[in-house]
Design a protein around this ligand. Structure first.
Ligand code: 0A1
Ligand code: ZN
Length: 881
C-alpha cells in the first residue's frame, strides 16, 4: 500500500465501539500450517455506541470458514468478508453469539505478529493489532472480554500448551496423538493481551505467596536444555513482585504466572495477562553467555512486564493514543525498581544517557512526536523512546512536583478508580490533581508538545546585598506540525554550592517550591536567594529533574569544582560530561580546535587522577560512568547542523587518547585493585568493579594500543565470564591488526553454539569505526550465525552498523545504500523490523550537505519502492517530510 492512501487515524475522531464482546471462547487446534481457530463471541450492543450500527470486525490476511449467529449458519447476504474485514450488515439489537471459524498458517507468518512459530514453538504477539491475524475481532483496547481458551496440539510437538489465566482442564484427545488444555482468565482484557504458547519447553518453577495471601505458581519456560539459564529471571520476578507489593501496594491476581522465552521476537517482551512472552535475550542468563548488562536488562524487563499487570492490564488504554499511559508509567516503575535494587545515582545516569541518545535525537529530528501522539498511520511505529522514556520522565516530574505522598495517594486512587477500565491520560492526571489539590492543566502540555526544551540559566552574586539571583528562561524549538511552542512546567532541582558545601536556600520567590526545587512554568523568571555570603556555583537540574537541555555559562573550573564537591552525584557526573562535551562540540565543529581538546584532556585527567585513586575503588559503578565520555551521537546532536561525523569521531578519539595517556598509570593500578579474582557474581557491586576495569581497558587500548592489546588478550583468556571476555573483544576492536582478527576468530569458535553471544560478536564488528567495516558486515551476512529472519541477528549486525556514526555515514553514501537495500528486502518479510531499521536515518537533516544529499536520495528510493508495508512507508514519508 502507498502511504498516501493509508488513512490517518486521529485522536479527536475517537468514538466508543458500537458493539462489545463480553466473552470470548477460543478453540484452537494447533498445526504447523493449518491451525484451526474457532471463536465464540458473546456480543452485545454498546449503550455508548450508535444504535443499529453494522458490526465490523477487524481482520488481517484472514479467510473466513463458517459463520454462525446464535448457533445458526448465517445467510451469505447478511455479511461480507474480506481478509481485512468481516461485516454483519444488520446484527440483532440485543445480546447474541457469533461463532467464527478461520484457518491460519503459523509457519508462513514471518511478520511475527499474530500466531507464528519460533524454532518450532507456537507463540503469539498481539499488541498492537496482531489478534486480528488470528480471528476476526473488535481489535481495539477498549473492547474488553473474559477469555476461555481451549488449546489442542500434537503431544510430541507441543507437550506444553499455555494461555492466559488459570488452567482449568487438561486431557487427551481420543486417538492418542493429541492433547488439550483449557485456560480461563477471569479478568476482562483487550485482545492485544491474549497469548498462547505451544511447544516442547523446559521450565523452572517456584511458589510465591502474595502479601494478601494468594499462592501463585511461577514458571519460566525456555527452549529444551536451557533451564539452567532461567534462574536469574525467576529471581528477578520474585524480587519485583515483592517490590510492587511494598512500594505500590499491588498484589498479583491469578494462580499462575508464566514467562516464556522465544528466540524470534520483534521487540523486548510482551505483558500478556499471566503469560508474558519474552525475546530470549531478556530471559536467558548464565555467566558464560550473558553480560552484566544483560543481567541488568533482564531484571528491568522482567519487572517491566510484570508491572504491566497493573499498569497496562488491570487498567488498560482506551485507544492507542494513550499508549504512554501504560508505557511511560511502567518504564518509570521499572526504573525505580532497578534504582532500589542497585545504585540509584548510577541507574539515573544510565537512564539519562539512554534518554539523550534515543529520545533527544528523536525529538530533534523529523520523527519528533508528542508523548501522546495526535495522529498515526501505523501504531507500531509509535513504540518509541518518546512514548516510553520521555513518558517515564513526565511521571518522574509529576512525582517531584506534587511530592511523594500525593504521588502515592494519586496512584492508589488511580488503581482504585480505574481498575477494570480502558483509561485515558485525563483519567490518570485527574487522580493526581485530586490528591495534590493542584491544577495540572499546564503540566498536561508535556503529553501534547513535542521537542526537547532548553533552559538557559545565568546567575549573579551581589556581595553587598548578600544575594544570589538566578535567571532562568525556557524555549522549545519548532518540531514537525508544531511551529509555536508554549512554556511547559519544569521542575528545576538545584543547590548553591559554596566552599563548605550546599548553602541553605532562602528565598521569598513564589517560584521556589521548597525542598530545593524551582518551578519554571513561564518563559522566564528570576529567583533571588538571600544570605548568600560568597559567590556560589549553581548546581542545576539535580538528578536530571526535567528532560531538557541546559545551557549554563559556567567556567570549566567551576564545573570541576562541582565534580569535586557537589552533593548530588548525578551533577557530579554531569559536570565532567559538560566539560568534555563542550570541547568535543568545539573540535567536532572545527578541527583546528584540536589544541583546546588537549587542554581539556589535561583538566579532565587532573580531576580524574585523584578521583580514581581515592574514590573510584569505593564506588566503581559510578566511577565507570564518570570515565565514559559523552557518546558521539550526542555530540552530533549538540552540533546540530553541518555535522561531519569523521570530525566528531576524530575529536572523540583524540580526547580519549589524551586522557588515556595522562591517566595511564592510574588506570593500570586501578585495574589491579579491582581485580578481586572472586568467582563471578552478577550483583551490582561486582558488576560495577568489572565495568570500571573494562572502561579503563578501553582507554588503555586507545592510548597505548600495544599494551592494551596485550591486556585484552590476557583478559580474554583468563576471564571466567562473558562480561570480561566481551570487554576484551570490544577493546581489541579499537586496535587494528592481526591480534584483533585472531581474537575475533577465537571468540566465534568459543561461542559457535550460542546465538545470543554471537549477536554481540556481530555487533562489536559492526561498530568498528574503520572504512573496512562495511565489507566486513557484508561478509558477516553470509556467516552461518547470521539470518535475516531473526530480529535479534538483524538488530545486532545491521542495526549495529546503522549505529556506527562514521561508517553508516560514510562520505561516499555506501552505508546508506547498504541499509536502505536491507530495509527494502526485509520489508517483504518483517515490516516492523524493517521500519525500525529505517529509523536509523532520522538524523539525516543535520548532516553536512554532501552526506545529506546522499542520505536523502536513499530515503527517497525507499519511499518510492512499490508495495511497501504501511510501517516502512510511514517512516520513509515522515523522515523525508
Ligand atoms: N508492550 C510491550 C512492547 C511490545 C509492543 C509491541 C510488540 O509487538 C511486536 C511487542 C512488544 C512492552 O512494553 O514491553
Ligand atoms: Zn511496556
Amino acid at each position: 500500500m502507498r502511504s498516501e492512501d493509508t488513512p490517518l487515524i486521529r485522536l479527536e475522531d475517537y468514538r466508543p465501539s458500537d458493539w462489545l464482546i463480553d466473552t470470548v471462547d477460543l478453540d484452537i487446534a494447533l498445526h504447523p500450517t493449518k491451525t484451526r481457530v474457532r471463536a465464540l463471541l458473546g456480543m452485545r450492543p454498546n449503550p455508548a455506541g450508535q444504535p443499529g450500527a453494522p458490526l465490523v470486525l477487524d481482520g488481517d490476511e484472514l479467510s473466513l470458514g463458517a459463520l454462525r449467529l446464535d448457533g445458526l449458519l448465517i445467510d451469505e447476504s447478511a455479511y461480507s468478508a474480506t481478509p481485512q474485514k468481516l461485516t454483519l450488515h444488520a446484527p440483532p439489537a440485543r445480546r447474541f453469539t457469533l461463532m467464527i471459524d478461520t484457518e491460519i498458517d503459523p509457519s508462513a507468518n514471518t511478520k511475527l505478529m499474530g500466531l507464528y512459530r519460533s524454532s518450532r514453538v507456537y507463540c503469539t504477539q498481539c499488541e498492537a493489532d496482531g489478534f486480528r491475524r488470528i480471528s476476526y475481532f473488535l481489535d481495539r483496547p477498549d473492547v474488553m472480554s473474559v477469555y476461555t481458551v481451549r488449546l489442542e496440539a500434537a503431544k510430541l510437538a507441543a507437550p506444553v500448551l499455555l494461555s492466559n489465566g488459570n488452567l482449568v482442564a487438561a486431557g487427551e484427545v481420543p486417538g492418542g496423538e493429541r492433547h488439550f488444555t483449557v485456560w480461563h482468565d477471569p479478568h476482562p482484557k483487550p485482545a492485544y493481551l491474549f497469548a498462547l504458547v505451544g511447544g516442547a519447553l523446559d521450565h523452572v518453577r517456584q511458589n510465591y505467596v502474595t502479601a494478601d495471601g494468594r499462592s501463585v505458581e511461577l514458571a519460566v519456560y525456555v527452549e529444551p536444555g536451557k533451564a539452567g539459564r532461567a534462574g536469574w529471571a525467576m529471581d528477578c520476578l520474585v524480587r519485583c513482585m515483592r517490590w510492587d507489593e511494598r512500594v505500590f501496594g499491588r498484589n498479583y491476581d491469578l494462580d499462575v504466572f508464566n514467562v516464556v522465552a522465544v528466540s524470534d521476537f520483534n521487540m523486548g517482551a510482551m505483558e500478556n495477562k499471566g503469560l508474558n512472552i519474552f525475546n530470549d535475550k531478556y530471559v536467558l542468563a548464565d555467566p558464560q553467555t550473558a553480560t552484566d548488562g544483560d543481567y541488568a536488562s533482564i531484571e528491568a524487563i522482567i519487572a517491566h512486564e510484570y508491572f504491566h499487570n497493573w499498569t497496562g492490564n488491570r487498567i488498560t488504554c482506551r485507544d492507542w493514543f494513550q499508549l504512554c499511559l501504560k508505557e511511560g508509567l511502567t518504564v518509570f516503575r521499572d526504573q525505580e525498581f532497578s534504582a532500589d535494587e542497585r545504585s540509584r545515582p548510577v541507574k539515573r545516569i544510565a537512564d539519562v544517557r539512554t534518554l539523550r541518545t534515543t529520545q533527544f535525537s528523536e525529538d530533534a529530528g523529523p520523527l519528533a512526536h508528542p508523548v501522546r501522539p495526535r495522529a498515526y498511520k501505523e501504531i507500531n511505529n509509535f513504540y518509541t523512546p518518546t512514548v516510553y522514556e520521555k513518558g517515564a520522565e513526565v511521571i518522574r516530574m509529576l512525582k517531584l512536583l506534587i511530592g511523594d505522598g500525593a504521588f502515592r495517594a494519586g496512584m492508589d486512587l488511580y488503581f482504585q478508580r480505574c481498575d477494570g477500565t480502558a483509561a485515558t491520560i485525563e483519567d490518570f492526571l485527574a487522580c493526581f490533581a485530586e490528591t495534590s489539590g493542584r491544577d495540572l492543566a499546564q503540566f498536561a502540555l508535556w503529553y501534547e508538545q513535542s521537542g526537547t526544551p532548553t533552559i538557559v540559566a545565568s546567575g549573579r552574586h551581589d556581595a553587598a546585598a548578600r544575594t544570589y539571583t538566578l535567571d532562568l528562561a525556557q524555549t522549545t524549538a519548532p518540531t514537525p506540525g508544531q511551529p509555536d511552542k508554549r512554556p511547559v512546567v519544569l521542575p528545576v532541582a538545584l543547590g548553591l554550592v559554596g566552599t563548605g558545601g550546599d548553602l541553605p536556600l532562602r528565598t521569598a520567590s513564589p517560584a521556589y517550591a521548597g525542598d530545593g526545587v524551582i518551578v519554571l512554568d513561564q518563559p522566564s523568571l528570576s529567583v533571588t536567594f538571600s544570605d548568600v555570603a560568597e559567590p556560589p556555583i549553581p548546581s542545576l537540574l539535580r538528578g536530571f529533574s526535567a528532560p531538557v537541555r541546559l545551557e549554563l555559562d559556567l567556567a570549566d573550573g567551576d564545573l570541576l569544582r562541582l565534580f569535586a564537591a557537589d552533593s548530588d552525584p548525578f551533577n557530579r557526573w554531569q559536570a565532567l560530561q559538560t566539560v568534555a562535551s563542550r570541547a568535543l562540540v568545539a573540535a567536532g565543529r572545527d578541527a583546528t580546535k584540536h589544541n583546546a581538546l588537549v587542554a581539556t584532556a589535561g583538566e579532565l585527567a587532573g580531576a580524574l587522577g585523584d578521583f580514581l585513586r581515592v574514590q573510584a575503588p569505593a564506588d566503581p559503578a559510578f566511577a565507570a560512568q564518570v570515565l565514559r565520555l559523552p557518546g558521539q551521537a550526542d555530540i552530533a546532536r549538540e552540533i546540530g547542523a553541518h555535522v561531519d561525523p569523521d570530525a566528531i569521531h576524530a575529536a572523540h578519539r583524540g580526547l580519549s587518547v589524551e586522557i588515556g595517556l595522562q591517566l595511564g598509570a592510574h588506570l593500570l593500578v586501578l585495574r589491579d585493585i579491582l581485580n578481586t579474582q572472586a568467582r563471578y557474581s552478577p550483583d551490582a557491586a561486582s558488576a560495577g568493579r568489572r565495568a570500571l576495569r573494562n572502561e579503563a581497558l578501553g582507554l588503555i587500548a586507545l592510548s597505548a594500543p600495544d599494551a592494551g592489546a596485550g591486556l585484552a588478550a590476557a583478559q580474554f583468556s583468563s576471564a571466567d565470564n562473558l562480561t570480561d571476555r566481551l570487554a576484551a573483544l570490544a577493546a581489541m576492536t579499537l586496535v587494528p591488526g592481526d591480534a584483533r582478527e585472531d581474537l575475533i576468530a577465537r571468540f566465534a569458535q568459543t561461542y559457535a553454539a550460542e546465538p545470543l553471544v554471537l549477536d554481540k560478536w556481530l555487533m562489536a564488528q559492526a561498530l568498528i569505526p574503520e572504512a573496512g567495516t562495511l565489507d566486513r558486515v557484508k561478509a558477516l551476512m553470509q556467516h552461518p550465525a547470521f539470518s535475516l529472519t531473526n530480529p535479534n541477528r538483524v538488530r545486532s549486525l545491521i542495526g549495529g552498523f546503522a549505529a556506527n556514526l562514521t561508517q553508516f555515514n560514510r562520505a561516499d553514501g555506501e552505508g546508506y545504500a547498504f541499509v536502505a537495500d536491507i530495509v527494502i528486502a526485509l520489508d517483504r518479510t518483517n515490516p516492523q523490523v524493517a521500519s525500525r531499521l529505517l529509523g536509523s536515518f532520522k538524523s539525516w537533516r543535520m548532516l553536512e550537505p554532501g552526506r545529506k544529499v546522499l542520505a536523502e536520495a536513499k530515503l527517497a528510493m525507499v519511499a518510492q519502492t512499490p508495495n511497501l508495508s504501511r510501517d516502512v512507508a510511514d517512516i520513509a514519508e515522515r523522515t523525508l517530510a
